[in-house]
Design a protein around this ligand. Structure first.
Ligand code: SF4
Ligand code: SF4
Length: 230
C-alpha cells in the first residue's frame, strides 16, 4: 500500500508542478498581455464550488494553481515554518473572506466586473506571497475561496476524508509533515480527518509508520482497481 501512496503522491507532484508553472504564466498574461485574464476566476469559481460536493476540499490540495505555486515553488525560498495556530481558526478566515468579498462587491458595482476580477486575482496572490515567506501553505488556511469551500464542506455531503484506522501511537509523524497545520495524531481512531483545513493532499498517509492513515475510501477503491495509478 505504501508503494501505491508513493505513486499517488508522485502523480500529485507532477500535477502541481504543471499548475504552479501555469499560475506564473497566467499572472504574466494578466499583468503584461491582457487584463481580460481577470475574468478567469468567474469561470473557475463555480467549478470549485461544485467540486466540494464530490471531493470536499480536495480542490485546494490537488488542483489550485496558487496552492501549487506555494507548495512547489515558494516553499524553496520560504522559512517553512508551520502554519501559525491563529490562522487555523475558522473566524479568522471568515473575517478575511468578509473584508475581501465586500471590497470586491463594491468594486464590481462601481467599476465593473473586470476590475472586481482583477482584485480577486491580485489580493489573494499578494496575500499568499506575504504570508508564504513565513509558512508556504498558511495562505490556504485563510484564503477566501478556501473559506467558501470549507464552509460548504460543513454540510458534509462529500464524505471524501482521509480515514484513520488500525494502530496509532500518537508519535506525531503525521502532524510534522502536514503542510496545513492539521494534527491527524489527535483524530480518534476509526474516523476521518474532519478538520476544515485538511485539503485531502494525502501527504500524511505516507508518513505513518503503522499505515494508519488512508486515502478517502472512493480514491482507495480506484487504486485497488488499478485505475488511479495507470
Ligand atoms: S503517524 Fe501514524 S502512529 Fe504516528 S500519530 Fe500519526 S497516525 Fe498515529
Ligand atoms: S491532514 Fe493529511 S491530508 Fe489533510 S492537509 Fe494535512 S497532510 Fe494533507
Amino acid at each position: 500500500m505504501k508503494e501505491k501512496i508513493k505513486q499517488i503522491l508522485a502523480k500529485r507532484a507532477k500535477i502541481q508542478w504543471f499548475l504552479a508553472l501555469g499560475f506564473i504564466a497566467l499572472n504574466g498574461v494578466l499583468f503584461f498581455v491582457t487584463p481580460r485574464a481577470a475574468y478567469i476566476p468567474f469561470f473557475v469559481l463555480p467549478l470549485m464550488i461544485i467540486s466540494v460536493f464530490f471531493w470536499s476540499r480536495a480542490f485546494c490540495g490537488w488542483a489550485c494553481p496558487r496552492a501549487a505555486f506555494l507548495e512547489r515553488i515558494l516553499s524553496k525560498v520560504s522559512l517553512n515554518k508551520p502554519v501559525p495556530k491563529w490562522m487555523n481558526y475558522y473566524w479568522v478566515s471568515v473575517l478575511v473572506f468578509i473584508i475581501l468579498i465586500s471590497r470586491v462587491t463594491y468594486v464590481g458595482f462601481t467599476r465593473g466586473l473586470l476590475a472586481a476580477g482583477f482584485l480577486l486575482c491580485l489580493v489573494p496572490t499578494i496575500g499568499a506571497l506575504v504570508v508564504g515567506w513565513y509558512s508556504p501553505k498558511s495562505w490556504c488556511a485563510i484564503c477566501p475561496t478556501g473559506t467558501l469551500l470549507k464552509t460548504l464542506d460543513r454540510l458534509q455531503i462529500a464524505r471524501f476524508k482521509i480515514a484513520k484506522e488500525g494502530k496509532c501511537t500518537s508519535c506525531g509523524a503525521c502532524d510534522r509533515v502536514c503542510p496545513m497545520g492539521v494534527e491527524p495524531s489527535k483524530v480518534p481512531l476509526n474516523s476521518g480527518i474532519e478538520q476544515m483545513n485538511c485539503t485531502q493532499c494525502a501527504i500524511c498517509t505516507a508518513s505513518c509508520p503503522y499505515n494508519s492513515l488512508h486515502l478517502p475510501e472512493r480514491l482507495n477503491n480506484h487504486i485497488k482497481q488499478g485505475v488511479a495509478v495507470r
